[in-house]
Design a protein around this ligand. Sequence first.
Ligand code: HPA
Ligand code: ZN
Length: 331
Amino acid sequence: MNERIASLPKAELHLHLEGSLEPELLFRIAQRNDISIPFSSVDELRQAYRFSNLQEFLDIYYQGMNVLQTEQDFYDLTTAYVDRCAADNVRHVEVFFDPQGHTARGIAFETVVKGIVSGLKDGEARHGISSGLIMSFLRHLSEADGFEVLRQAEPWLGQFVGVGLDSSELGHPPIKFSRLFTECRNQGLKLSMHAGEEGPADYVREALYEIGVDRIDHGNRALEDPELVDEIKRRNLCLTVCPLSNLALKVVSHMSESPVHRMLEAGLAVTVNSDDPAYFGGYMNANYQAVADGLSLTSAHIRQLAINSFTGSFLDDETKMSFVNEIEKHD
Ligand code: HPA
Ligand code: ZN
């Protein structure tokens, strides 16, 4: 199965660029920016990557991104991720970044976006990997803070395919951001929200009925509500599930509990993604392999996941179909 996984064309739809910051690069960037970090080695840092819930991860994730300061840092981060995608035969990526994690530290919005956009552009030139950039709002902050970052983003909106909502889910339901997301929709941006990772099925319901999202990130707990499952299916909404992330953050206690198989069997447009691969132990192929093994998936399941990764993307229909045709011809 691993060869089949490796050779299939795939799209990644749920990836936080700051979560692809490998300890080696983190140390290198910290050194050149003369930033001291409370770990003496790459190994010691990796040892700290043990989490019992989402918040424990987020605390380390925000600490890690503090080393990113210059346009070059964001370029190097992006380049390393795209190179890693090429090795996994990922052909298209739609990536999140968290501007508020940087502007709050005094880094200019422009520094962040310029570094990322040029990294994606050069990555496409080197590997032929196309991309979409998704600006993600931090849900533990206020809606007013979100509007402020949207104002700063104004000159750059043409660079983004959509907006997302991430960070601490519990206590921060989608409805908290309904005016902000309406404004983003009016600006022509696609809408995606993390929902149902730790939060209840009701948060997924809100994302659908109150916000009208185009995609749901995670969505695990939607399975607790059969009526909601029917509606997600009716709308053909893509769910971007992250198997190794779910295991690392104890959203599931064993890979056999991953929702991927149940979602496939329910006819939902589920995809497999890496979320924060530097922290959760694997990129795309490792995530595919983990569910293939943990859920005894068939090669037909794997093919369906690869197809869903393109049909669930924000690519145009013609490009989607050409990838789907390529996968269907693949043996
Ligand atoms: N969930 C919520 N916020 C995040 C995540 C996640 O998995 N990764 C980075 N920010
Ligand atoms: Zn995520």
